[in-house]
Design a protein around this ligand. Structure first.
Ligand code: 0X9
Ligand code: CA
Ligand code: CA
Ligand code: ZN
Length: 644
């Protein structure tokens, strides 16, 4: 129950925002916001008795509304109570950092790029904000003046006013595509074969309002008045028209930061983006295949749905979900964020990703950028000095996303089903897990089978094999006649044991590229592997707990180990992995595995590839878990360590 309070309210810093500016109950004596720290589990009663009203729980702190005399009472009881009144905070957040790009500078930057690269970039005002500011879309493609038949992508940033770093992300993307065109082959290919739309500032009224006074105001919503109320603004990311207001994932109260608006698409800005997206249909076919909505903060990659924790439901098919998860996870591997379905964080309804998929079948993601955790006053307002590192870290993830835009289903090897071409074939390996001992070879067959058009000769390559494993094709090129051809995987004695997905890629003489995944399990010496499946409870806000195993007789490995690549499979059940730190402690020292990643999400089921070059193999190995904040518990379920 306690956890439910935390999970319902401690939503990123959105949670903190509730506490900072929520209004005291009608008729109450002047109450204001305080942050309370040092509460032991169960001590919430103290708050109750003092008459303080909890508005949020976040990062081990509880946020309350209380009168100054009530706050004094709490201080007497030994709690740390900080004044969080709007006046105090205005002084703390501000002044506005001039290193960020504001509304007029954003327009200037877009114009500069269009002026510099007239054949690659164009801009259009796709609509006006409530206050009449321009909502600008930058288009980037070769032959930019022509609407070519190329897969289109949409990037949106700054739905939430105070998330200024997202504008920098959008402008980084634009600069990356334009500045590196012609010199970086991956970028050149993307610009030549995609039409990319970037809307760097979806909510210019809110963004400008947040900085206008010279001090940051922690503003989230747009600036559209609400009838019958003095409270301003709608949360644009609760105003989209799929499952709008369905599921307690938004507020009907106009003063709230997650106010969903009077109706779906009641906000001017969501209408503008919606109408732009609808305008990208040609002959009934939506041209935009992928969309990324950029937010701060928590360092996450999220995919639909946000309104429900169900995965495959309504218009979401199993294949589409698998592709969203595959692409999202690949991006997270590249940028170091944590991947997950949006609702894993908390339920939110009326979000942009849900509409994009449900209404337009656009593969839609959210990035939550830096910082990972709320360092309270830095949460939305880190210094501009972080911009270069925190935008460029997404370079490879953005490139990967763009590479999938012609057929997102390629991420799960389903191109032939969903993206058939005139000359097409399937590439198949009999589905199974192929088991091979280290140093051995395992064989199977591969077949290319024409499904339509011309016969082709298909040349084969493979990716995803671990060090020491070599895929061997009986024939370098195979015909599309369906005949079974030999394929084998030879491993070295040093290949790290584990289960690998090797993707075999075929390129036909007509240019058709198709892939087939092969699961290969490499087994090693039992002496170099250990498992522990005994549950170990992880206490809330407590000390480190460990689960141990012993490796013995794994060769006489002096430090450094002969082969440093180890595989660590971890299964942890936990209600808030953003509270957790995990270390692998070996005979030669400790390695940090998980450092409060994943915000408010649940559970870790992950395979880590570790460099253990400073380690020795034989001895006791422990997985050490520490829950660093109050409000969440769990257990080490099982883990397996494989060396060599
Ligand atoms: O709440 C939001 O709109 C996003 N987070 S933020 O802190 N930037 O406001 C997250 C939206 C993702 N969807 C769900 N969590 N369901
Ligand atoms: Ca083009
Ligand atoms: Ca087009
Ligand atoms: Zn946001």
């Amino acid at each position: 129950m306690r956890r439910r309070v935390a999970s319902a309210l401690s939503v990123l810093a959105l949670g903190a925002a509730f506490s900072l500016f929520s209004t005291p109950a009608e008729g109450a004596a002047p109450a204001q916001a305080y942050r309370v720290r040092g509460l032991e589990p169960g001590q919430e009663l103290l708050l109750d008795r003092a008459g303080a009203v909890i508005t949020d729980v976040d990062e081990g702190a509880v946020y309350v509304q209380a009168r100054p005399d009530q706050a004094a009472k709490l201080r007497k009881q030994g709690l740390k109570v900080d004044d969080m009144s709007a006046a105090t905070l205005a002084a703390t957040f501000g002044p506005v950092d001039p290193g960020y790009t504001d509304y007029s500078e954003t327009k200037a930057e877009v114009s500069r790029l269009v002026g510099l690269y007239p054949t690659l970039a164009s801009q259009q005002v796709i609509g006006k904000s409530y206050e009449g500011k321009d909502i600008v879309a930058l288009k980037i493609s070769d032959n930019v003046g022509v609407d070519e038949s190329e897969p289109e992508m949409l990037f949106t940033a700054n739905q939430h006013a105070r998330e200024h770093l997202t504008v920098e992300m959008a402008l980084y993307l634009a600069n990356m595509l334009l500045n590196d065109y012609g010199s970086d082959p991956a970028i050149t290919k993307i610009v030549d074969n995609r039409e990319i739309w970037i809307v760097p500032m979806v909510n210019p009224d809110g963004a400008q309002y947040d900085v206008d006074s010279g001090d940051y105001l922690m503003w989230r919503k747009n600036r559209q008045p609400n009838s019958g109320s003095t409270e301003i603004g709608t949360d644009l990311n609760r105003n989209w028209g799929y499952k709008w207001g369905c599921c307690a994932g938004s507020s009907g109260v106009k003063s709230k930061d997650t106010y969903r608006g009077s109706a779906a698409f009641s906000a001017k800005e969501t209408q503008v983006i919606r109408d732009f997206v609808l305008s990208r249909r040609v002959g009934g076919t939506q041209q935009i295949t992928e969309h990324l909505d950029i937010h701060t903060y928590s360092q996450l990659v999220l995919w639909p749905f946000g309104y429900t924790t169900s995965t495959v439901v309504g218009p979401m098919t199993a294949d589409a979900y698998a592709a969203l998860r595959a692409i999202g996870t690949e991006m997270a591997d590249l940028n170091g964020y944590w991947p997950g379905q949006a609702s894993g964080l908390y339920i939110a309804d009326g979000i942009i990703n849900d509409w994009m998929w449900a209404d337009q079948k656009i593969f839609s993601f959210t990035f939550e950028m830096y910082p990972k955790r709320s360092d309270l006053f830095e949460q939305f307002y880190p210094p501009a000095s972080v911009i270069p590192a925190q935008t460029s870290r997404n370079r490879q993830a953005l490139i990967r996303l763009a590479q999938y835009a012609d057929c997102p289903y390629r991420s799960v090897s389903k191109e032939n089903t969903y993206c058939p071409v005139a000359d097409d074939y399937t590439l198949t390996v009999p589905g199974a897990t192929y088991v091979v001992a280290q140093g051995g070879t395992v064989s199977t067959t591969i077949a290319a089978t024409k499904t339509t058009g011309a016969n082709q000769l298909v040349s084969l390559t493979a990716t995803g094999a671990p060090a020491g494993m070599t895929p061997i094709f009986g024939l370098g090129s195979i015909p599309t006649d369906g005949s079974a051809q030999a394929i084998s995987f030879s491993t070295a004695a040093t290949t790290t044991p584990g289960e690998y997905t090797i993707v075999v890629r075929g390129e036909g003489t007509a240019g058709t590229v198709r892939t087939a995944p092969v699961t290969v399990m490499v087994t090693g010496s039992a002496a170099c592997q250990g498992s522990n499946a005994t549950d170990v409870a992880i206490p809330d806000d407590g000390t480190a707990v460990t689960s141990s195993l012993t490796i013995a007789g794994c060769g006489s490995l002096a430090s450094p180990m002969a082969n440093a690549a180890a595989r660590l499979e971890v299964h942890i059940a936990h209600t808030n992995i953003g509270d957790l730190q995990l270390r692998l402690v070996g005979p030669g020292g400790a390695v940090l595995i998980h450092d409060r990643d994943g915000a408010d999400m649940n559970n870790i089921d992950k395979i880590y590839t570790l460099d253990l070059s400073s380690q020795v193999a034989d001895g006791t190995w422990s997985l050490e878990a520490t829950d660093l904040e109050s409000g969440a518990t769990g257990k080490i379920d099982s883990w397996t360590l494989t060396l060599k």
